[in-house]
Design a protein around this ligand. Structure first.
Ligand SMILES: C[S@@+](CC[C@H](N)C(=O)[O-])C[C@H]1O[C@@H](n2cnc3c(N)ncnc32)[C@H](O)[C@@H]1O
Length: 254
């Protein structure tokens, strides 16, 4: 498959982000003891979305600097990280050398993954393919890669937050229609993201053989402060409305 046009722009932006902050911040993320989800670091030990991953085959689509893959590998999963941005993968390789936590890393987009059918117990994405790949292309890839009965777990911005998102951040007014929401191109960086409403997500997942098991809507906890880097959504907003969605779906078995 030829790479879609938006990939080049997004890879250029992720190359710049790597130089500006992700290379510098990845070491601390790799070292984190807990698996956490999202801006306010909801604990996996409380949400229990993944369960015991020991011995499972897991692919992360859009693994970035691969801190999430490293958390899974440390817990005994056989992980493969996939990402189209060479600089992000280079940071992941450096941290593999520094920590001794090694797993395969593949340069590819979530829409077209050079790995065999039916080979993973979990297809995972934490703000990788989940928002940077076209869902109408990467969800069929996820279904192809997952074993029957395998899970798809992904974290993305909530549709409500995207409906309220301006260049200044997430406000309290709807600024775009939900009808037809799919591709969002930002004026300044020209980055292209993909977001769907809940109904469209459910239809797309079911059309590709997945049954939705959970949709965990993540809020900021009481007394949380706005994140020092992810300032696009305030703690005040996210303590009242869900800013992030954590989806769990299972591929039908037979
Ligand atoms: C926020 S980072 C992911 C962070 C990751 N969960 C980690 O543990 O480091 C987003 C990543 O998505 C990747 N990406 C961009 N376009 C993509 C696509 N079409 N398919 C998959 N990943 C993509 C970027 O290269 C970037 O590294």
């Amino acid at each position: 498959m030829d790479r879609p046009d938006y990939v080049q722009q997004n890879v250029a932006n992720w190359t710049r982000a790597n130089a500006e902050y992700t290379d510098a911040s990845a070491g601390a993320a790799w070292a984190a003891e807990e698996i956490t989800w999202g801006v306010w670091q909801a604990r996996e030990s409380e949400l229990n979305v993944l369960g015991d991953v020991s011995g499972l085959d897991i692919v992360e689509l859009g693994c970035g600097t691969a801190y999430f893959s490293a958390w899974l590998a440390r817990r005994g999963a056989r992980v493969v990280g996939v990402d189209p941005t060479p600089a992000q993968l280079e940071t992941a390789r450096r941290l593999q050398r520094e920590t001794g936590i090694e797993f395969p890393l593949i340069e590819a987009i979530g829409e077209d993954v050079p790995l065999p059918d039916d080979s993973f117990d979990i297809v995972h994405s934490e703000y990788g393919a989940a928002i940077w790949a076209d869902p109408y292309k990467w969800i069929p890839e996820a279904a192809r890669l997952a074993r029957p009965g395998g899970r798809l777990v992904f974290l993305c911005n909530s549709p409500l937050s995207m409906l309220c998102m301006t260049m200044e951040g997430v406000g309290e007014q709807l600024v775009r229609p939900q009808l037809g929401m799919h591709t969002l191109e930002w004026e300044d960086t020209k980055e292209v993201e993909f977001h769907l409403g809940h109904g469209d997500w459910i239809d797309l997942l079911r059309a590709n053989g997945f049954e939705v098991e959970r949709l965990v809507e993540l809020f900021a906890p009481p007394a949380a402060e706005t994140h020092s880097y992810y300032k696009y959504v305030t703690a005040d907003w996210a303590s009242r409305w869900p800013a992030e969605d954590l989806w769990v779906a299972r591929l039908r078995d037979g």
